[in-house]
Design a protein around this ligand. Sequence first.
Ligand SMILES: O=C(O)c1cccc(C(=O)CC[C@H]2O[C@@H](n3cnc4c(=O)[nH]cnc43)[C@H](O)[C@@H]2O)c1
Length: 217
Amino acid sequence: MLLLSPTQFEAAFLKGRRFTFHGRAGLRGEGWIWLESGVGKVNIAATLAAFAKGRKLERVLLFGIAGMYPDAGLEMGDAALAGKEIQADLGIRDGGMKGLGFPTLALEGGVYHNRFPLDGAFTAELSKTLGLPIKTFLTRDMVSENPTEARQLSRKWEADLENMEGAAFAQTCLWLGLRGAELRAVSNLAGVRDKAQWRIRQAVERLEHHVLRIIGP
Ligand SMILES: O=C(O)c1cccc(C(=O)CC[C@H]2O[C@@H](n3cnc4c(=O)[nH]cnc43)[C@H](O)[C@@H]2O)c1
């Protein structure tokens, strides 16, 4: 299994043999490889596409921290899996890519505008094994900078958690035919910039708990 996280601190609990990939950190373990992708959509898409080239990857898991929107039904530190990812930056403000008149991705299996599903079977299996809810995640280049902005986005797109990589990951998995899932733990309320109110350590401990169950001892 390939594991990806945007930063090293989100995966600080992983122990393996170190390597670098395009200048970024990597670890090899029993049955898994982990790569640091860097923050943002281009970084995750480029890292995944470059690593997948010439390799047969069975499953890919993106994990990391996330901001929570109001009414997500989660607490700080809680983890969730993405059922679908929303690419909130593409197209026109009211109508996204449909409004612009272009699909973002057209495959034999479907046409996608701003919503990208993660692999249903892989996600359902993880949800059952780990006892985690499946939620709607939203990806943006710019983070929400105040609670009003966060509330408006969550209502517009009916989203639960905010991050900066997931939609690009989901789109790349669909495009490359990879079975992808995404696991996030809540480190902050989206739109709250005061780091004293963040719970990063608590979120990373939840990630540790779940990721170690996925890859085994
Ligand atoms: O300084 C800020 O206001 C600020 C707001 C949100 C996130 C950051 C980060 O530096 C973390 C980016 C990193 O973590 C994920 N993440 C975590 N919380 C959020 C969020 O509320 N909105 C978007 N992304 C978030 C993200 O996927 C990045 O990998 C700083």
